[in-house]
Design a binder for this molecule. Sequence first.
Ligand code: GLY
Ligand code: MN
Ligand code: MN
Length: 439
Amino acid sequence: MGLNGKAETYRARRSRFLEAIGEGATAILPSAPVALRSGDVEFIYRQDSDFYYLTGFEEPESIALFSPGHPDGQFVMFVRPRDKERETWTGKRAGIEGAMVEYGADKAYVIDEFEKILPRYLEKSERIHYPLARNEHLDERVLKLIHSSSAMRPRIGSGPYAIVDPREVLHEARLRKDPFELELMRRAAAISAEAHKAAMNKARPGMKEWQIEAEVDYAFRSRGATGPSYPSIVASGPNAAILHHIENRREMRAGEMLLIDAGCEYEFYASDITRTFPIGAKFSELQRHLYSIVLEAQLKGIERALPDARFDDVHDAALRVLVDGMRDLGLVTGSTDEIIEKGSYRRFYKHRTSHWLGMDVHDVGLYKIRGESRKLEPGMVLTVEPGLYIDEACDEAPARLRGVGIRIEDDVLITETGHEIITAATPKQIADVEALTAG
Ligand code: GLY
Ligand code: MN
Ligand code: MN
């Protein structure tokens, strides 16, 4: 399917959502608040993922209302009014006309009318789906109106008696990607692959980490991505053992490796890729040995990413390979099961192997259902990202191993018959990496 199915895709998502919340419910979904960066300068605005998922609407100060079967309209939008003068400062607004014509709202109002209009919907509803504790100011206004409408309930026989979190329904929907989303995720992955290849090709001893970060940013933006979907980690030598190293200002030295964890956001969809490679050289013998352990762990993890496998199976498979590798290196002792049971591997591998991926880099959706690791299903996208980290101060490790961090991360879509590695164009086999770093 091409990207021109956008309007139908949004319509289909909304009808599934309306059906899921059912008659007698009203859902209120606010846009993301504007955030100040410093002084009077704002952060670049990024729409709330849940709101965007159902509306495709990027403007701030808007609210979407969903009310199955309501006679006045079941998809209602509250938006900023058109304003010729303001639009010359901050850009074009859709206005109420645009909300209906371009975004498919059955009815639209200016945002200032929200409190006047909302009671018409509350009065006819029993359950109000509203994400509490995200926006205190709005919580106060909405709760006051819910309270007044439920006070009427005994006399008119309708009105709200329950507040439900809309994310329960919405996040299960977002967890299974539709074909439209998958096109965007593949595009994000393809752009990020180009960024990693450029980084492998350009990194040389004597450069600063931020120079490579700039290459990554350039690769993203020059291909139409919004930018990074999370702060890029460009970690050379010992910095690679610092999991969230984002300062990116160290000078890279000969004989070191560079770990890059970077993925772009494209049309609201994230990619998340990590590669670790020798800087302008081939892997040393020791680096090759360590890298091969992580690569083997990652391949074993990906092998388990299948429909009907448990989410935790991927982690368990990767972890066994890592633990065996750690024991061979003399980092841990005991049988594989004992080491896993005791958790002594955690000194060298402290994060989990996978997370959901989608509009958000750590995307929504439950990992467990009533305490049990959930089954993987077609349409789910997860990362597989084992690593091995031996920090500089690690007394438990032989000196020659200290100051190293390796992670390899791909994005994997579960399909009907197996999986698709949507980031497969990013080299990770040793020969393919060396062709770029030492070519
Ligand atoms: N880049 C964030 C993560 O890998 O989870
Ligand atoms: Mn990740
Ligand atoms: Mn990552």
